[in-house]
Design a binder for this molecule. Sequence first.
Ligand code: ADQ
Length: 461
Amino acid sequence: MSGRTSRLVVISNRVQSPKAASGGNQGGLAVALLAALREKGGVWFGWSGETVESFTGAIDLQQAGGVATATVDLEPQDVDEYYNGYANRSLWPLFHDRIDLTRFERDFEGGYLRVNRRFATTVRPLIGEGDLVWVHDYHLIPLGRELRRLGVANRLGFFLHIPWPPTRILMSLPSHEPLVRSLFDYDVVGFHTQDWLDAFLHYVTRQLGAELGENGIVTLGERSVRAIVAPIGIDAGEFETAARSEQAKFAHDRMHMSATGRSMIVGVDRLDYSKGLPERFGSYERFLTQHPDLQGLVYMLQIAPPSREKVDTYQAIRAELDAVSGRINGEFADIDWVPIRYVNKGYPRDELAGIYRAARVALVTPLRDGMNLVAKEYVAAQDPDDPGVLVLSIFAGAAAQLTAALLVNPYSADEVADAIALALRMPREERVRRWRALLDNIRREDVFWWRDRFLGALEQH
Ligand code: ADQ
């Protein structure tokens, strides 16, 4: 596979199948990357999600909808140490400022490096001369270094989908230095916000002695990398259309009927401790206590499909949420009213769009979040004549762009409770004004803008 210039090779932990994406069941990221792969040609490489007894490196190459995907199976030990271990027990909690939940184990780190080497060796023959290589997320930080070791001289880009932690927190990771140094094997490294980029620059200049030049170029010894801000967006047009689909209307009407005139407050999150769900339930409880007049006029729908269920901290957060929602419902419910409807399943995107549109308020209150796409999807799905109100955590990357939302500190139950009351009472004119400003940003800085911004920097470098 060599000879043609500037094809695209996308590498991520998991590969999104083009078939599922065309069925409307995939996120905007998959849609954008698949569109880029279709335009440029190339391949999307990653783990199949399956295991084999011992690693063979055999590639399953598929061609669908004009896109090639290449997947590889991993050993159970790889999945334990690399995926459930280093990625999701060490890096994920640490990068979300949760040292208390972070586990450091040599075996995890060993497995992480082994899988990164395995990825590099397996994908190597798929990379042709002149191809752009775009690596995604915290699972694959050292992949660039492994590819260079195998002689790959192509332009290599890396995008981090989660926050970059403050230096002091990052320093609690054993082997933090080689991990960060390995980023210098890329040509471009991208972050969602200026805050995450600043934290990265703080570490590399103070801790490694790197030098900051013009245009975001950072130099360490022989190597220079360009560090950029590229906030991810959604396919706004697709979501606006989804919100007007038959399936969306059906979901919308179903919500309305079951609401019997009450206003819905919605939360949609992967079940993850970074999303601030117990705090959100606590804030809603505070709101109910402080506004007895509004009790019975609202209800909250929290949709939270479980994720990473093999990891103990995820089992713990699930049990905690069951308990908190049960307690609040026990305390406030009446024979004809339940304050929290708590649902642990995923919904097709059209249906999700209808649910967003039926909600008068969205609570997007993570304690830490790289970006948060739910905030953007909620805005895109609103009825232009009667839009709902977005309550957004200042600790979500999205807060840097969505400044017309009601911005809150998710740790303060009082502040969030006040924002809920304000949102429910907000006059239509103000709702429309805020919503237009939000939508303007979401349309302008959409997922295609994000992709072109990153690939433009990579092509230029
Ligand atoms: P996530 O932590 O997964 O992503 P987020 O950006 O909110 O968080 O994306 C979640 C996606 O899953 C959204 O597209 C949402 O619609 C979908 N989803 C959630 N619950 C669902 C349900 N019940 N049914 C169907 N779909 C559901 C990571 C980072 C984020 C960053 C993204 C992209 O943690 O900060 O925004 O990557 O870079």
